[in-house]
Design a protein. Structure first.
Length: 135
């Protein structure tokens, strides 16, 4: 889709979106349980923003109590995927919202990532420190 929308000229955006999609879809697989369908994913860009949305029937992170469990070898990675998505979105002047899907019969959650797209007229400026490091 990024290619069809002519957004592949910013390699960092392509790499970061790929990683965010991977993390969000993996979360659906791990946390949505045996519900069918497990979840849905949409990618769209209204104007100057790129929006990724994942909907599943898993619990909201703060309801599952993942932060209050005693740390063990299996618990320490829980929650890192969403933290990574938040950090990547922030690099693109973006934000992540996690909300209840308001379904009373089968509650779930919606994770929405919204990022500002780069302006094609003003391409990113090269990092001057990278040039110095190569010299």
């Amino acid at each position: 889709m990024l290619g069809e929308w002519r957004l592949t000229w910013v390699p960092e955006l392509v790499d970061d979106v790929g990683l965010m999609v991977s993390e969000l879809v993996t979360n659906v697989q791990r946390h949505a349980g045996d519900s069918y369908p497990a979840g849905s994913f949409t990618l769209w860009h209204p104007g100057r923003r790129l929006v990724l949305t994942v909907h599943d029937k898993g619990e909201l992170p703060w309801r599952s109590g993942w932060w209050s469990r005693a740390e063990s070898a299996t618990d320490w990675e829980t929650g890192r995927g969403l933290a990574l998505v938040r950090a990547l979105a922030a690099q693109h002047i973006g934000e992540v919202d996690v909300v209840d899907d308001k379904d009373r019969a089968r509650p779930g959650k919606v994770v929405r990532v919204s990022m500002l797209l780069p302006n094609r007229e003003y391409a990113p400026v090269a990092d001057p420190f990278k040039a110095l490091a190569k010299a």
